[in-house]
Write a protein that binds this ligand. Structure first.
Ligand code: TYD
Length: 207
């Protein structure tokens, strides 16, 4: 059996950078590594980008053209394909799978949109649990500085409000799911990477 590690956090927390660095670290250790993300690049992920994330990163904030339930179902459908076609087979083949976002994103974001957490948990029950989920935690003020360039000025307050809710939700989820470990995302890229490697060594490799 391989390993399955997930990076989570609000927008601008540095997930993709850290996922890439961790994948490189595993490769250097001689592991066959699969670096992946959600929403995926499959037809489902493209549908999400078209229907939910229209207008770029801001689309998710302003409410999609579709209902919140349909949005949650689309993310879940994308995830089901991801789990069955890529994640599970790769882990079973002994590879290390690192995913930039997973079902915790659905819980944190779609819960923040007003959906029922219990329903979201049930909907995502098919999603195999990772060996480790790294929550890159960052104050919203800092994340807003980082994503500011990506967003329209008038949307700033709305985005900050949602990010705040999402961050709180992630911290709640860390209490509920023992595989979720919080890492301070304010530090330097290299320090954060070292923290994550230490967690991997301690929580996954030594088990
Ligand atoms: P993001 O990681 O920003 O994708 P990219 O950098 O490739 O554009 O994800 C896009 C948005 O989708 C992000 O704001 C979080 C949101 N999202 C959900 O609301 N629910 C989910 O289940 C997932 C996977 C993402």
């Amino acid at each position: 059996m391989g390993m399955f590690i997930v990076m989570e956090g609000i927008d601008g927390a540095g997930k993709s950078t850290q996922a890439k660095l961790l994948a490189e670290w595993f490769e250097e250790q001689g592991y066959e590594t699969v670096l992946t993300k959600e929403p995926t690049d499959t037809a489902f992920g493209k549908l999400i980008r078209r229907l939910v994330l229209t207008g770029g990163r801001e689309g998710i904030i302003d409410g999609a053209r579709i209902s919140h339930e349909a949005e949650a179902l689309l993310f879940a459908a994308d995830r089901a394909e991801h789990v069955h076609k890529l994640i599970k087979p790769s882990v079973e083949a002994g590879k290390v799978v690192i995913s930039d976002r997973y079902f915790y994103s659905s819980l944190a974001y779609q819960w923040a949109r007003g959906l029922d957490l219990g329903w979201l948990v049930d909907l995502n029950r098919f999603a195999i649990r990772p060996d480790l989920t790294v929550l890159l935690d960052l104050p919203v003020k800092e994340s807003m500085k980082r994503i500011n360039g990506r967003s329209i000025k008038t949307e700033f307050d709305k985005i900050a409000e949602l990010q705040k809710k999402v961050r709180e939700n992630y911290l709640q989820l860390a209490k509920r799911f023992p595989e979720v470990r919080i890492v301070n995302a304010l530090a330097d890229v290299e320090d954060i990477h070292n923290d994550i490697v230490a967690l991997v060594e301690h929580e996954v490799l030594k088990k």
